[in-house]
Write a protein that binds this ligand. Structure first.
Ligand code: ADP
Ligand code: AMP
Length: 209
């Protein structure tokens, strides 16, 4: 099962990825998570990427495509994977097609989570992640109950100012991929404003259709 979660920052990709991991036992490949790990490890790539991330801009395609090429070559991807936050530009989508073609595999489904901009700002500014469990919460929509307050972290780029820039990057560079995947006949667009459990149910229905 080769899946992709698509949508604006804060649309709910990471939240839904967790349910796909559980159900299909395949790894989530989040380029954002990989970049944040590189920043935490203070690698050269991480330090270079950080400059773009802090500004709410996309990290250059060459860096991202290199990350994905290495990650898809790992053993755990043989049974399938969930792409989350990749691709975000047309060159990335084309590189992914070429890579998957070389590997003799194809995309089964692209799940697009549609959420209007007005809601995105509230979603992102209220997001917290547990550094212990990795669980994603929202202070209003999905408040943590059994986490210690000091374990909850807010991402450095989850500020109102940066969200606006990330949203314009999404509309300018990423949203055009909806047409790309519509032409490939693999995209399903879901209403991402519903409750988490309803989105999950719609997603499973779409995948298993
Ligand atoms: P993405 O991975 O697309 O950036 P996340 O999954 O991290 O988005 O979700 C962003 C924020 O919105 C988080 O705080 C999450 O708890 C919250 N969230 C996700 N899905 C929903 C939903 N369906 N309804 C309300 N809040 C949601
Ligand atoms: P995310 O965790 O998906 O919200 O990504 C956080 C930030 O990492 C983005 O705002 C970008 O700066 C960078 N990033 C993550 N994935 C990509 C990608 N596929 N292409 C370019 N930049 C990316």
């Amino acid at each position: 099962m080769n899946l992709m979660l698509f949508g604006a920052p804060g649309a709910g990709k990471g939240t839904q990825a967790k349910f796909l991991i559980e159900k299909y036992d395949i790894p989530q490949i989040s380029t954002g998570d990989i970049l944040r790990a590189a920043i935490a490890d203070k690698t050269e790539m991480g330090m270079e990427a950080k400059k773009f991330m802090d500004e709410g801009q996309l990290v250059p395609d060459s860096t991202i495509i290199g990350i994905i090429k290495d990650r898809l070559a790992e053993d755990d991807c043989k049974k399938g994977f969930i792409l989350d936050g990749f691709p975000r530009t047309l060159p990335q989508a084309e590189a992914l097609n070429a890579l998957m073609n070389d590997m003799g595999i194809s995309l089964d489904k692209v799940i697009s989570l549609n959420v209007p901009d007005e809601l995105i700002v509230e979603r992102i500014t209220g997001r917290r992640t547990s550094k212990v469990t990795g669980k994603i919460y929202h202070m209003k929509f999905n408040p943590p109950t059994d986490e210690k307050e000091e374990d909850l972290i807010q991402r450095a780029d989850d500020t109102e100012e940066t969200v606006t820039k990330r949203l314009s990057a999404y509309h300018d560079q990423t949203a055009p991929l909806i047409d790309f995947y519509t032409n490939m006949g693999v995209i399903v667009e879901l209403d991402g404003t519903k409750d988490v459990s309803e989105v999950t149910a719609d997603m499973f229905t779409a995948i298993e259709k």
